[in-house]
Structure formats: structure tokens, C-alpha cells
Design a protein around this ligand. Structure first.
Ligand code: UT7
Length: 329
């Protein structure tokens, strides 16, 4: 029997039904389908329109689907981690709201803010609760209602983001499957390139911050793009090297879905053929912490037990990294 590892034993993605297409956006700002598709790969995104619903409702929908799919009772769950930058409120936590909505009476729960690396960093964290031997059923959900942070008067950013949630169940594994290794980084030297300028302790909300649109995503696209390409490919290659792997040994790359050009170049630098790179950005845009598990849920039916899979992400912070796992289902 090999050592105790944390394996993903179920994955479920949930996105609201309402769609914003490139055509819709071209009526709101000076843009067009051709520019958006060529520069980003996004064709449409989902939007949670009902104002009475929020991030915890999306997270709860993803978890309910996951519980049903894996035949798990809510009372069996011991921990729920919600990776999000769009919690329902600053407090209480989105995770507490989510746990109650799914009836996880025996779980503790907390939020995890690492922006686009939320799922990646969250998976490394969630895995530790399993490998410590303390818990046997941990849920990690990436959930973001990005449309609440999106300025629909700014063509630089409004074309990029959408709403979704997706959840994984982590359980102990003794067959050498599950999370194997990770390479994770942060460096906030250039944090101003990608941030929400106001609403935090550094710059609390005021009439001025609202008038200046400082409660919406601020992104300087080009520097973020350049670093994202370098950092995602760099960390993915670092993890291959550390585990004596080449692109030929990898069955799938599940990258953060921020821009198809970043995804393509990460796959290219890892030496992967196109069929190994999981992409669904065209349907959902950038759903921040939800992109990786949402993409995993979509491609999981074609994964086989024992497949070598690399996750890679880059986002605000800056934060970036890659994680190597062996598929266990
Ligand atoms: O998930 C977190 C991490 N985030 C990322 O990884 C995102 C990284 N950045 C990007 O994906 C890209 O930088 C963007 C998609 C955001 C922008 O693409 P770009 O190729 O870097 O375009 P740009 O910002 O350099 O803009 C090129 C031109 C500009 O016009 P001029 O100055 O050349 O006349 C922009 O004003 O395209 C213009 N432009 C647009 N045109 C039509 C910018 N946005 C639009 C638009 N429609 N929506």
C-alpha cells in the first residue's frame, strides 16, 4: 500500500443559464466579436441575473450536484473551502453561507482568496487536511460572481469575465493517485496591475471611490498577459522537471481560463499536443476561481484512472503556479 494521498473523487460544475454574447457586449461598448475572439478566445459568458442570488447560491448548486453525483450525504462532509474573490459579503464568510445552504451540518468552512489561483492554492491546502489523516471528506469549491465586479462601460475588462461555480470532493487514496506535487508562488511587487482599488481596509468605500469606478476590476492587460505566459509555462515546466516528466507523459493540462492565447502558449511550451489541453473559455470567459474545476468537470468524462494531469494558473497578487495530480476516478 502506498502512502496516504488526497485524491479528487468527484467534480461538478454549475453555471447560470443566462448568457452575454460578444454581440450583446458590442451594443454596450466599442468592441466586436472578431476582436474579442482573436484576442481572448471568449465567445460568450454566463451571468447570474437574479439579484436575490449570490456566490454562495452558485457554490451550493455546485456542491449539491457533486453530492448527488458521488452519492455523498451532506452530513458526511467535514470541511468546505470556498475559493472566491466575490463572497456574498465581507463577513460572514461565503463558506459559512454555503455550508448551511447544502445542509453540511457537521462541517466547518472557510473562504480562500487567491483570485485566479484560488482553486490551485485551495487544492494544495485542501489536500493537506486529508494527508494529515484528520479528515476524510473535504469539498473545495471555486465560485465567483465576477459580473458584480465588472464595469460594463470598460471594454478592456467587460469582455473577459463571467459567473460560475464548480466543486471537487477530496478523499484519502492509498493507490498512489491524487495530488502529487505543486509549485506555487506569490509576488505582490506589481499588485496594482490587477486589483480592485477600493472597498478594502486600504481604501474604504466612499462616494469618490464609487464615482471613480474603483469597485470594479482594474487590469493593465499587457503586463499581466506577458507575465502570465511566462509564469504559467515556467511553473508547469518546473513541475514536470521535478517529477522527471516530459510533455509525452502528460495526458491533460487544465489551465486557468483567462485568455486562449495564454493557454495555447502554456501548452506549447510544455510540449503538449492540442488535444491534451482542456479549454472551455469560449463558453464561460474568465470565472476566476471557478475556471479550473469547471473545465475539469467538462473534460472529466474523457479522463482515465491514473492519467497524469497538470493544473496551472496565474492571477492577481501576482500569484501563480502548477499542480501535478494523478486522476483517481
Ligand atoms: O485571470 C487573471 C489574469 N489575467 C490575464 O491573464 C489577462 C491577461 N491579459 C490579456 O488577456 C490581454 O492583455 C487582454 C485580452 C486583456 C487585452 O488584449 P491585448 O492584446 O493585450 O490588447 P491591448 O490591451 O494591448 O489593446 C490593443 C488595442 C488597444 O487599442 P490601440 O491602443 O492599439 O489603439 C485597445 O484600446 O485593442 C484595444 N482594445 C479593444 N478593441 C476592441 C482593448 N479592448 C478592446 C475591445 N474591443 N474589447
Amino acid at each position: 500500500m502506498s502512502k496516504l494521498q488526497a485524491a479528487i473523487t468527484g467534480v461538478y460544475g454549475w453555471a447560470p443559464e443566462d448568457v452575454i454574447t460578444n454581440e450583446d457586449l458590442s451594443k454596450m461598448v466599442d468592441t466586436n466579436d472578431e476582436w474579442i475572439v482573436t484576442r481572448t478566445g471568449v465567445k460568450e459568458r454566463r451571468i447570474l441575473k437574479d439579484p436575490t442570488l449570490s456566490t454562495s447560491d452558485m457554490a451550493a448548486n455546485a456542491i449539491k450536484g457533486l453530492l448527488e453525483k458521488t452519492g455523498t450525504k451532506p452530513e458526511e462532509i467535514e470541511l468546505i473551502i470556498v475559493a472566491t474573490i466575490t463572497p456574498d459579503m465581507i463577513f460572514p464568510s461565503c463558506a459559512a453561507m454555503t455550508a448551511t445552504k447544502v445542509g453540511a451540518k457537521n462541517a466547518f468552512a472557510f473562504d480562500f482568496n487567491s483570485a485566479c489561483c484560488g482553486f490551485l492554492f485551495g487544492l494544495e491546502t485542501a489536500a493537506q487536511f486529508i494527508t494529515s489523516g484528520k479528515y476524510k471528506k473535504v469539498i473545495l469549491v471555486g465560485a465567483d460572481k465576477m459580473t458584480t465586479l465588472t464595469d460594463y462601460t470598460n471594454r478592456n475588462t467587460c469582455i473577459l469575465f463571467g459567473d460560475a461555480a464548480a466543486a471537487v470532493l477530496l478523499e484519502p487514496n492509498y493507490e498512489g493517485l491524487g495530488v502529487i506535487d505543486s509549485v506555487l508562488h506569490v509576488d505582490s511587487t506589481n499588485w496594482e496591475h490587477l486589483c480592485l482599488k477600493a472597498g478594502g481596509a486600504m481604501k474604504p468605500a466612499s462616494h469618490e471611490t464609487v464615482d471613480a469606478h474603483e469597485h470594479y476590476i482594474h487590469q493593465e492587460g499587457q503586463p499581466v498577459f506577458k507575465l502570465a505566459v511566462r509564469a504559467m509555462a515556467g511553473s508547469a515546466n518546473a513541475i514536470l522537471k521535478r517529477n522527471n516528466l516530459t510533455g509525452d507523459d502528460i495526458q491533460y493540462l487544465i489551465p486557468h481560463q483567462a485568455n486562449k492565447r495564454i493557454i495555447d502558449s502554456t501548452g506549447h511550451f510544455m510540449g503538449l499536443t492540442e488535444d491534451k489541453v482542456c479549454i472551455n473559455i469560449q463558453k464561460y470567459g474568465n470565472t476566476t476561481a471557478a475556471t479550473i474545476p469547471l473545465c475539469m468537470a467538462e473534460f472529466a468524462p474523457q479522463f482515465k484512472k491514473g492519467d497524469n494531469i497538470i493544473l496551472a494558473a496565474f492571477g492577481a497578487g501576482y500569484s501563480w503556479g502548477a499542480l501535478y495530480l494523478k486522476w483517481a476516478i
